[in-house]
Every structure is written in structure tokens, then in C-alpha cells.
Design a protein around this ligand. Structure first.
Ligand SMILES: CC(C)(COP(=O)(O)OP(=O)(O)OC[C@H]1O[C@@H](n2cnc3c(N)ncnc32)[C@H](O)[C@@H]1OP(=O)(O)O)[C@@H](O)C(=O)NCCC(=O)NCCS
Length: 156
């Protein structure tokens, strides 16, 4: 592999993180629509900007928003409230990078553990979480209407 190609691969894989801001709402809403059967509204994303317990970040690759993730920090526990990667950019390690960024940020904010709920049928997300050290700790019946949620936890 020549140096130029190696640089190109590294460059494409790089993510720049920043706090969610009003100028990102359009891009994250578009990704959200493509990612979830019951997507968040723009208002819910706007709320994340103003809620003090929210730590919500967007991830850019080559200056384009390719994903996002956020958690709420309450009493030393971080709860991941959203995480998604644009379908065109999945399978390139971005989801794991965003998740690890959230975990590091929660640790730096003195969280002792990280929780999340994931659809029982969402194998991709469950594999991602398990690969980052999360373990299933319970089930919330009918959490998503007809579908159960698996609760997953990672102790920091
Ligand atoms: C879940 C999601 C964020 C993963 O993002 P991604 O960038 O494709 O994930 P990565 O490329 O970083 O993959 C990391 C790990 O996730 C798991 N994974 C990702 N896609 C998978 C798939 N289609 N099937 C099974 N496991 C998968 C694997 O364990 C993978 O590790 P590996 O590549 O070493 O095998 C993405 O599929 C997504 O946005 N889905 C829709 C929204 C969603 O479900 N969010 C989670 C809500 S709880």
C-alpha cells in the first residue's frame, strides 16, 4: 500500500466530535429518520442542547455529519439516550468510535456506570455494545410498543 492510499484510509476513518448545536439539527434529524422506526423529532434534538444533564455530540468525517450520540448524567450514572450512524457510513467503525467517545466522556464526568436500552431485535447494536464491554442486565417488557428492550450496563 503506498503512503498516499494509507493516508486516504486513515483520513476517511477519522472522526471529529463536537457538542450538538443548532446548525447540526437538520443533519442529525435526517440520519435519525433513516435509522429508527420511531425517530426523534427536531424538538427532541433541540432539547438536548439546552438540558444541563445532557452530553450530546455529533461526529464529523471529512466535514460531514456522519453520526451522533448522547447520554444523560444523573447521580453518577450515564444513560445513553441515542446513538446512530448514517446508513452510508455504517460498517466502518464509526459506531464503535462514537460509543467509546461517549464512554470516555462519561468517565471524565465521574460517571460510575453507563446504561442503555436497546430493541431486543437490534442485533447490530447489541453486538456493538457487547464488543465495548456492556452486559445485558435486564429486560423492559413492551418498552418500544410491541417490542421489548434489553437493558445493558457497563461499569466504569
Ligand atoms: C448500531 C450502529 C450505530 C452501528 O454503527 P456502525 O458504524 O455500523 O458500527 P461499527 O462499524 O463501528 O461496528 C462495530 C461493531 O458493531 C457490531 N455490528 C455493526 N453492524 C453490525 C451488523 N450489521 N450485524 C451484527 N453486528 C454488527 C459488530 O460487533 C461490530 O464490530 P466488528 O466490526 O468488529 O464485528 C448502526 O448500525 C446504526 O446507526 N443503526 C441504527 C440506529 C441504532 O440502532 N442505534 C442504536 C440504538 S440502541
Amino acid at each position: 500500500m503506498n503512503n498516499l492510499r494509507a493516508f486516504g484510509i486513515l483520513y476517511r476513518m477519522e472522526l471529529d466530535f463536537s457538542l450538538l448545536a443548532p446548525e447540526h439539527i437538520e443533519a442529525v434529524s435526517a440520519i435519525e429518520q433513516l435509522s429508527f422506526p420511531s425517530p426523534w423529532t427536531r424538538t427532541l434534538f433541540e432539547r438536548e442542547i439546552s438540558v444541563p444533564i445532557s452530553h450530546f455530540f455529533i461526529a464529523k468525517n471529512n466535514d460531514a455529519v456522519v453520526g451522533y450520540g448522547g447520554y444523560w448524567l444523573v447521580a453518577g450514572e450515564a444513560s445513553i439516550v441515542n446513538l446512530a450512524v448514517h446508513p452510508d457510513h455504517r460498517g466502518r467503525g464509526f459506531g464503535r468510535k462514537i460509543l467509546l467517545f461517549l464512554i470516555d466522556d462519561a468517565r471524565a464526568s465521574s460517571a460510575g456506570s453507563v446504561f442503555l436500552e436497546v430493541r431486543k431485535g437490534n442485533r447490530a447494536a447489541q453486538c456493538l455494545y457487547a464488543s465495548c464491554g456492556f452486559e445485558a442486565s435486564g429486560v423492559r417488557a413492551k418498552y418500544y410498543g410491541e417490542e421489548d428492550a434489553v437493558v445493558m450496563k457497563k461499569t466504569l
